[in-house]
Design a protein around this ligand. Structure first.
Ligand code: TXA
Ligand code: MG
Length: 345
């Protein structure tokens, strides 16, 4: 089921053209792909993931002309952005083209008037999309709410026997989902932070990074104006199965006192800073202090923690909040609960 090699691109394209699901590598996370113009194929994505039908999908294309075909218009600022960042981890939300050849089906966009479009920075994904010749809808290849997959083995653990083909494109280099930038409203807004950071986008949009900012309140009010058009971005998810707490290094003595007698823990600490040790640590993950490396390891660490059979996982909060750390903190915040002395195991 997991396949690599020269024939896999053709096989993947055949399955997609026939309305089947294929798991694809991208530079961010693995995606669960289907022909975005085929409503029955797209329905299979929602069914396989257990995804609510009101949560729209990202549509993947291999070049700018293909994006133009599915969007109503492509504003000048969108060109400026994609010329700089595509192929790569940037998704643009734009008004969608409603009619015509090759437009995206209603189901893929959850009935909305916009489409989220991205050109992935993985050569195999691009080859497959070109070979199909159609836009490919692909959410992260995990069950709804679970941790996103960054390797073919992660995908297999979620969809064994359900997805016929998982294309092996190696480990994902970015490791966090793409930045979702909404250009469909009156002002651009980052709906989901990612590796293309607010600091990178702001100069091109001639805005201050803070104006693009992504705190939960502004995101909620931004989305409320559009009948919650991006509900997936508000929910708590990415969580491991293991109870996961985030903590600050200064809380370690208090956690040590709080920790129940028999509890075994896993801990994901920032490397170099681990003078602070918890008792009964079954597994210790030394997380990189460099954000690109941290991002690449984050989801894998959540999955490893699930495998080690501990009672809870503690993840140290990085102090930095800007650049890529903003995206890391966003995912960390959704995957964990804050530790407090009142927490019950
Ligand atoms: O890196 C990525 O973006 C990966 C890879 C596979 O490309 N895909 C991904 O898809 O993360 P998914 O479905 O897990 O997350 C897409 C997010 C969802 O939270 C969804 O609500 C939002 O993008 N979204 C999709 N279409 C949208 C639209 N038209 N307007 C606003 N938000 C949208
Ligand atoms: Mg996802």
């Amino acid at each position: 089921m997991i396949q690599c090699g020269p024939k896999v691109v053709r096989r993947a394209a055949e399955l997609l053209a026939a309305g089947e699901l294929v798991a694809l590598p991208t530079e961010t996370v693995y995606g669960l792909g289907a022909d975005a113009t085929n409503a029955d194929a797209v329905a299979k994505i929602y069914a396989a993931k257990g995804r609510p039908s009101n949560n729209p999908l990202i549509v993947h294309i291999a070049d700018i002309p293909s994006a133009e075909k599915i969007c109503q218009n492509f504003p000048a600022k969108a060109y400026a952005l994609v010329e700089r960042f595509w192929p790569g981890p940037l998704t643009l939300v734009l008004p969608r083209r409603l009619q015509g050849d090759g437009v995206v089906c209603e189901r893929a966009v959850a009935g909305g008037k916009t489409v989220a479009v991205r050109c992935p920075g993985h050569p195999m994904a691009l080859d497959i999309i070109r070979a199909v010749g159609r836009p490919i809808a692909a959410p992260s290849a995990n069950r709804s709410g679970h941790t996103s997959p960054t390797s073919p083995a992660h995908v297999a653990s979620e969809f064994d026997g359900i997805v016929e083909l998982i294309v092996d494109g190696g480990e994902c280099l970015v490791g966090l989902e793409s930045t979702v930038l909404d250009l469909s409203g009156s002002t651009p807004a980052i709906l989901r932070p990612g590796a293309i950071t607010g600091e990178m986008l702001a100069p091109i949009l001639e805005l201050d990074p803070l104006q693009l900012s992504v705190n939960e309140m502004s995101r909620a009010s931004h989305l409320a104006g559009e009948a919650l058009k991006s509900p997936g971005l508000l929910w708590r998810h990415y969580a491991p199965k293991t109870r996961a707490f985030r903590y600050e290094a200064s809380q370690v003595p208090a956690i040590r006192t709080w920790l129940p007698e028999k509890a075994n823990v896993a801990i994901a600490q920032l490397a170099m800073l681990h003078s602070s040790v918890l008792p009964r640590t079954r597994e210790r993950f030394n997380m990189p202090t460099e954000p690109m490396l941290y991002a690449r390891e984050f989801y894998r660490t959540l999955r490893l923690a699930d495998e080690c059979g501990c009672d809870c996982l503690f993840i140290e909060l990085p102090a930095a909040q800007t650049g890529l750390w903003a995206a890391i903190l966003d995912r960390l915040g959704r995957a964990t609960e804050p530790w407090s002395p009142e927490a019950k195991l």
